[in-house]
Each structure stands twice: as structure tokens, then as C-alpha cells.
Design a protein around this ligand. Structure first.
Ligand code: SF4
Ligand code: SF4
Length: 411
């Protein structure tokens, strides 16, 4: 570390770093430590750096900034810490002051778009036109390094249309009404997930409403250390929702922010397990090997890592296979997959070796960022394995692989 500008001790509110007893139990669980074996890339190393920043011992030396910036925010360290160090709060806090976070980046562009639905829709139309020309995949191939990463990350084929807001009525006797959160990029790039969710939920008897689309919860901004923008975004989302209608969240990356958006908020997969109606049976015609990827957000934030396993365990002829990533994290991690392209590529390079053998028929994940990382790695290896949300797999097993739900105006 180099000499730093003098800083007033205690200025960043990182005092709770003193809870860390430096036991190192978190180190083997940390993806960046597993990738590098460097103390500075471990939770303990980062906490030590935060202590040094807080006391004024160091300043924003590039090596300090880089070590804090490389953290994926997976919170695997927090989950295993015997001293209950609030690592997530600490890293969020320090990131609000990191100089690297103030510079313009693709992640910042994504956050800016997510804040303005009209701009996001315009951007989506532009991308759809570009995708028809085939240019993004050509650029993704030509620009082999990190420069081509944004093009390689785009869904291929590009979804035909984004999620539309609307209301859907069940055919049978109605159960309780629910609202579905169609998040910012998720509403553009995962429309099949929301089609499947409305079909399954109406089959379960629930009148379903997508009140607004896209509707950003603020998670992208929070993950990038932009707390004020995240809170503003959350407030905006709350004003678009009826708090009395239970809100279902499909994307585990949105959970942390979304759970304050209504009086009752449920993670979609767990909700479907809980509400599985008597007499409904789901089965594939022939056996399907399904690899279960559990996103960090599903473990550390939703705190229900077995939700997909429980849901898909109801499906006949579904063979569930663990898909444990060698580093623990895929490197998707909010805007990490855009803003730390070299690191995201390093994580992506480790994914395929962990695929169950023989290869599965489908891979399941509950987070859009993980899906993008996995799809990009699979495309690069020319492996045609679909990566889907558990509700898409359930929908297919119920016999609705491609049917479209019919919106109704009078829910
Ligand atoms: S963060 Fe927790 S687990 Fe990691 S070194 Fe500190 S006390 Fe130990
Ligand atoms: S949040 Fe994840 S990447 Fe960051 S220090 Fe903790 S375990 Fe490592």
C-alpha cells in the first residue's frame, strides 16, 4: 500500500469491522479467494482494508480499491461467519465511497436505463433490431476479450417481445389474487419465465396481475454502491404497486430490495411449492436430467437454497442433479458481469468443468445474471442446453411448453 491522503478516522461508518476476530473460517467459502488464494481477495483481507480506511491508515490506493471492487457481493462469508460480522452492510457502505464506483461504466448505463422504463423500452427495441442483423453475435466472436463480453452476454435468440403488463384470470375456482414483479432487464430478457409463471399461477387458481413492466426494484443500483438511487428506485416501484396484493418475486437477485415493496412478498418458487393444489400432477413424457444451480442470492438473501429442488421434486421423470460451481459464484453478481469483465470471464471459465456428466437436458437457476453467465459459457462451448427458471420447467412438465397466456382486462 502506498501512503494515503490523511483521512479522518471513523468517517465511513465501518466501525462494525471490529466484530471480525480474523478466524479465517470464511476464506474457503469466498469465490475471489478460491480463484486467487490471495488474502487481499478474501473477506478477512477486505475487512482489514476497511478497518485501515476507517482509521485513516490507508486511503483509496488503487490496490485497496481493486480488492474491494472485486468482491462479488455473494455473502457466502456472512453466512458462515461465527462472529456475525455484517459483511454485506460493510461492503455496501464502503462501495458508496469507492472512487472506482463513481466513474462511468456499462453497469452505470444499465442502472440509468433501469431507472427510466421509456428509455429501457427504447434500448430494448434497438437491441431487437440489432439482433436481427446478427451484428451482436458477430461482434461477440470478433472481439474475443472483455471488449466483446457485452455482446456475448445478450440472449440469443433475442426474445421476440418484452413482458407486457396485464391481468390473467384462472379458469377454475379462484384462489387469492397475486401480483408478479417483472423486473427491469428480467422483463426484457426473460419473457418466457413470466409467461410460464402466469400460466402456472392461473392453473393454481390465482388471478395474476403484472402491474407494471419493466419495474426496477433498485437492486442493480444497490449492488453498485448507489444507495440513494436504489432507495429512490424502490420508492418509485412501491408507488406503482398495491401493497395489499401479495407480490411474487421470480428473480432471486431482486429479493433483497423487493421484499419491502408490499405487505406480503413471496419468492415465486417457494410460493408454488406451498400452494401446490391437490390433484395437480406434473410429469415429463420421458426422463429429464435437470442440473440445479443455486444462485448466491437464492442462498444468502432469499435464504431458501432448496426451493427449486423442492418444486421440481414434485415432477415425475425429473432427475435432479447437483450443479455446484467450483468457485461457489458464477461471476454474474448484478452489474459485475459488465463492470468487471476480466473477473467475470475468469469465473465463467470455471463453470463448464462442473457440469454433471453426461450433460443434463436442462439447467435450472433463479437469477437472471447467473442465467446470462451460464448461457454465455454454454454458447462459447457450442452446448445447446437450455437454462431456465424452475417455473419454466414446471410449466413444461404441466404440458404447456410454448402456449401463451391470454391477458384479461377484468381481473
Ligand atoms: S469475517 Fe467472520 S469468519 Fe471471516 S475472519 Fe472475520 S470473524 Fe472469521
Ligand atoms: S461477499 Fe463473496 S466475494 Fe465478497 S468477500 Fe464475501 S465471500 Fe468473498
Amino acid at each position: 500500500m502506498t501512503d494515503s491522503p490523511s483521512l479522518a478516522p471513523g468517517r465511513y461508518g465501518l466501525e462494525r469491522t471490529d466484530q471480525c476476530v480474523k478466524c479465517a473460517l470464511c476464506l474457503p467459502h469466498c469465490p475471489t479467494y478460491r480463484l486467487t488464494a490471495l488474502e487481499s481477495e478474501s473477506p478477512r483481507g477486505r475487512i482489514r482494508l476497511m478497518e485501515a480506511l476507517e482509521s485513516g491508515e490507508v486511503g483509496f490506493d488503487p490496490t485497496v480499491v481493486a480488492a474491494l471492487d472485486h468482491c462479488t457481493g455473494c455473502l457466502a462469508c456472512e453466512a458462515v461467519c461465527p462472529a456475525s460480522v455484517p459483511y454485506g452492510d460493510l461492503i455496501d457502505r464502503v462501495r458508496t465511497v469507492l472512487p472506482a464506483r463513481r466513474r462511468f461504466s456499462l453497469g452505470h448505463l444499465a442502472i440509468g436505463l433501469a431507472e427510466h422504463p421509456d428509455r429501457l423500452r427504447f434500448f430494448d427495441r434497438l437491441l431487437r433490431i440489432l439482433a436481427r442483423t446478427g451484428l451482436p453475435s458477430v461482434l461477440g466472436r470478433i472481439l474475443a476479450g472483455p471488449g466483446g463480453r457485452p455482446f456475448r452476454l445478450l440472449p440469443s435468440p433475442y426474445p421476440p417481445k418484452p413482458v407486457q403488463k396485464g391481468q390473467w384470470l384462472p379458469a377454475g375456482p379462484p384462489a387469492g389474487r397475486v401480483a408478479l414483479l417483472a423486473g427491469c432487464f428480467s422483463s426484457l430478457w426473460s419473457p418466457a419465465l413470466y409467461d410460464a409463471a402466469t400460466r402456472v399461477l392461473t392453473r393454481w387458481g390465482h388471478p395474476v396481475e403484472i402491474p407494471e413492466s419493466p419495474l426496477c426494484c433498485g437492486a442493480l443500483a444497490r449492488h453498485s454502491g448507489m444507495e440513494t438511487r436504489a432507495l429512490r428506485q424502490q420508492q418509485k416501484a412501491r408507488s406503482r404497486l398495491d401493497p395489499s396484493i401479495p407480490l411474487l418475486v421470480a428473480d432471486s437477485g431482486c429479493w433483497q430490495e423487493a421484499r419491502g415493496l408490499a405487505n406480503q412478498v413471496f419468492e415465486l418458487t417457494a410460493f408454488l411449492v406451498r400452494e401446490w393444489p391437490e390433484g395437480i400432477q406434473a410429469a415429463f413424457a420421458k426422463s429429464q436430467r435437470i442440473a440445479l444451480h443455486v444462485p448466491c442470492s437464492q442462498s444468502a438473501q432469499v435464504r431458501n437454497p432448496r426451493a427449486a429442488e423442492r418444486l421440481l421434486g414434485h415432477i415425475g421423470e425429473a432427475i435432479l442433479l447437483p450443479f455446484e460451481l467450483p468457485m461457489g459464484c458464477c461471476g454474474g453478481a448484478g452489474s459485475y458481469l459488465l463492470d468487471r469483465p476480466e473477473w467475470a470471464d475468469r469465473f465463467a471459465a470455471t463453470l463448464l468443468a462442473a457440469l454433471p456428466q453426461p450433460h443434463p437436458d436442462r439447467i435450472v437457476t433463479t437469477n437472471l445474471g447467473c442465467r446470462m453467465q451460464l448461457e454465455t459459457a454454454l454458447r462459447g462451448a457450442r452446448l445447446a442446453i437450455p437454462v431456465q427458471h424452475p417455473v419454466e420447467i414446471l410449466d413444461a412438465a404441466l404440458g404447456n411448453p410454448s402456449a401463451k397466456p391470454s391477458p384479461s382486462g377484468n381481473c
